[in-house]
Design a binder for this molecule. Structure first.
Ligand code: EPZ
Length: 416
């Protein structure tokens, strides 16, 4: 079982290039099921999660081929099956994003109920509410969801919560439905906009992506296209925090600064210097870090996917900070691990109260989910002695070559 060792590191210095967004790539690969023509994707991050959804598509008869280290060709002409293997689907929640496109393309789909995970029960009621509103007949049983629809008809759908995945599943299915679909209280994340741009490049008629109301006018068929995935705003935020916590000076290249406004704002409130360029951002540490409060919210609020990383930073800030997690019900799994490293954190319901300490101490810790794992690496950079992180498969799901990118910046980090 491999693990990552992080030792106390000097201030990070240099430049790092951000890869394509994982959370944009996964729905866009699923959307490629909507056409029988060939699609080419560029700036695709070569991550475990991306490999898994490619395996899911291949199990349906789709031809998926890596043209280079970061470009993918997908051809769904031979989309023969409408049921993906149970065990394969269960490996990753986001495989559930094939439900909408598969239903729209084949008129039926059989997918396994996505598992919950460490951060919460992850229900799918809003996905099913949306697809039912489009005319799908959905039954659950034996761990599977069976969806059937002779034809999908546009409808008005209100999202009780602006769910990213549910908005994506409905938007994809509605692209081939008859008539107009209006999604109200839709998710507004940049990944929704990237998916909408991809679908529009395929010939879909979508307006309002990025706002809380998205209108889709269904078309009879979609064509292939070439699309470049947007940069990963959470990977960018992760390296910004790593630069700040080590009092470093790092240029993070290939970012869309409009996507990371809340992260920039909170780092500036913590007295970190952030200089915005056109497609890069420079972060200059300015110790001591000032304690600031954060509340995670759906976009454009502070992203829940940056909560654990920011908590590591607040662990060594000057003062007390309060972090409120409003999106997931159990996204504090990293707290116990950070406590092992000497962080002084109290939890009260959805709030964590962090008393900044001068220094953390290295310890054997465990990654419990993707972002929790990377938060432990960030804390390890400024902890005395060394930090040993196990269950690092979580980290590999979301970060391309993280130890290379960090050691290129001067970090003492290696995988054994
Ligand atoms: C996406 O997950 C991301 N994953 C998550 O990133 C991210 O944390 C999340 O959006 C929120 O931004 C991908 O894009 C692959 P949601 P998703 O549906 O779509 C509730 C990472 O680290 N909900 O917006 O599953 C749900 O319980 C991952 O990269 C319902 O109640 O998130 C949660 O409390 C982690 N019913 C809230 O909405 C539903 O039908 C947000 O979930 C669906 C969701």
């Amino acid at each position: 079982m491999s693990k990552i060792i992080v030792k106390k590191s000097p201030s990070l210095k240099g430049t790092v290039r951000i890869s394509g967004s994982k959370n944009s790539t996964l729905p866009i690969i699923a959307a490629s099921l909507l056409t029988d023509k060939c699609c080419i994707l560029k700036d695709v991050p070569k991550l475990m999660d991306v490999e898994v959804i490619c395996q899911v598509l291949a199990s349906l008869g789709v031809k998926v081929k890596w043209l280079s280290n970061d470009s993918l060709e997908i051809n769904s002409a031979l989309l023969l099956k409408s049921e993906a293997p149970y065990e394969l689907m269960r490996k990753m929640r986001a495989s559930f994003l094939i439900l909408g496109p598969l239903l729209a393309r084949k008129g039926k789909a059989r997918v396994s109920l996505p598992g919950g995970c460490a951060i919460g029960s992850r229900p799918i009621d809003l996905h099913l509410k949306g697809l039912k509103a489009l005319g799908a007949n959905i039954t659950l049983g034996h761990g599977y969801i069976d969806a059937k629809a002779d034809k999908l008809v546009g409808s008005r759908i209100y999202m009780d919560f602006p769910s990213v995945g549910a908005t994506e599943n409905v938007m994809m299915a509605a692209s081939l439905a008859q008539g107009e679909t209006i999604i109200e209280n839709a998710a507004q994340e940049p990944e929704i906009v990237d998916l909408a741009n991809y679908l529009s490049n395929m010939g879909a008629k979508i307006n309002g992506a990025g706002t809380n109301t998205i209108r889709i006018n269904g078309v009879s068929e979609l064509k292939g296209c070439t699309h470049t995935i947007i940069p990963d705003r959470i990977e960018a935020g992760t390296y910004m925090v790593a630069a700040a916590i080590t009092n470093g000076d790092v240029i993070i290249q290939n970012v869309l600064t409009s996507h990371i406004k809340p992260i920039i704002a909170k780092l500036r409130e913590a007295d970190v210097k952030v200089i915005e360029g056109t497609d890069e951002v420079r972060v200059i540490g300015n110790n001591p870090i000032k304690a600031v409060d954060v509340k995670t919210l759906p976009y454009p609020g502070f992203p829940t996917d940056m909560q654990a990383q920011f908590m590591a930073l607040m662990g060594v800030a000057k003062g007390t900070s309060v972090i409120v997690e409003t999106v997931f019900e159990n996204r504090f799994m990293h707290v116990n691990e950070l406590r092992r490293m000497g962080a002084a954190i109290k939890i009260d319901g959805r709030s964590a109260i962090i008393e900044g300490t001068k220094e953390l101490t290295g310890a054997p810790v465990k990654a419990t989910d993707l972002r929790a794992g990377v938060a432990l690496i960030i804390a390890g950079l400024v902890s005395s002695e060394s930090t040993e992180i196990t269950d690092i498969y979580h980290i590999d799901r979301g970060y391309v070559n993280i130890e290379q990118k960090l050691s290129n910046l001067g970090a003492n980090i290696f995988r054994v």
